[in-house]
Design a protein. Structure first.
Length: 254
């Protein structure tokens, strides 16, 4: 079985050093998706096998945690109930040893109150008020540990949304100063969602002060199209560089 720890480091591509073989294994997937439990379509029972049959190694379904955009806030059993149709039950059902990892999580907050964060592998529906990233990071996550017994990993979503004021992005206004804010994010955030298709370009989305300089070192992408082959390079925490074509073929160079 692909352990959850393998999924926690990268989105789209997941590279694991193999000391014995002195080579890397690359896994493909998506850590930002929705079903009809929030503002997507279909159900987890359809989405997970669809991703597996399409050749992905993992898929995270990350429903909105608040009632304005989803159903799980008013009916948490849709997320963590014991019935077979709940999101967590479906994730357990569709995880196949050595083949596919079905992940689950939630997309926290709203764009206008500080943008979105995906919170992966947490057992309960997040009941923190939209925009209170300080409470999410400092209080809620330590009290609702993931399946490895650790606070859930955060994915900073779409950092160039024009509707997300820069001065409150990812809870910047919830902390007394920028170093405290960056330190808080750095303790939990490991992923940055640069794009989540369909897209027609790989042009990077940037903004001077957002996202912060955390240890996050991955890009998130789902299916997208481009009229011409293009490439994008990103750097991970250890300095390795990954070159990905528009068709999703990725290689690593030191």
């Amino acid at each position: 079985m692909l352990p959850l720890s393998l999924i926690r480091a990268f989105v789209l591509l997941l590279t694991i050093s193999s000391v014995a073989a002195a080579q890397d294994n690359v896994f493909f997937g998506n850590l930002h998706s929705h079903t009809s439990l929030s503002d997507g379509s279909s159900t987890p029972s359809v989405a997970y096998p669809h991703a597996r049959n399409a050749g992905l190694h993992f898929l995270a379904i990350t429903e909105h945690n608040h009632a304005q955009a989803g159903k799980i806030a008013n009916n948490p059993s849709l997320y963590n109930g014991t019935q077979q149709s709940s999101l967590i039950s479906q994730a357990k059902k569709h995880t196949k040893d050595g083949q596919f990892v079905a992940l689950y999580g939630q997309e926290f907050s709203t764009i206008g109150s500080g943008n979105h964060m995906n919170v992966l592998d947490v057992p309960d529906v997040i009941d923190v008020a939209n925009g209170r990233f300080d409470l999410l990071i400092n209080s809620w996550l330590p009290a609702h540990l993931d399946t490895t017994g650790q606070p859930g990993i955060l994915l900073l979503n779409h950092p160039a949304q024009s509707d997300s004021p820069n001065e409150i992005e990812y809870g910047r206004d919830d902390f007394p100063d920028m170093p405290t804010w960056i330190q808080a994010l750095d303790s939990r955030a490991r992923l940055i969602n640069i794009m989540n298709g369909p897209h027609t370009s790989l042009a990077p989305a940037t903004r001077p002060a957002s996202p912060p300089r955390t240890n996050s070192g991955a890009i998130s992408a789902s299916a997208y199209t481009s009229p011409q082959p293009r490439t994008r390079t990103t750097t991970n925490r250890t300095g390795g560089r990954y070159r990905c074509t528009h068709r999703g073929h990725c290689t690593k160079s030191d």
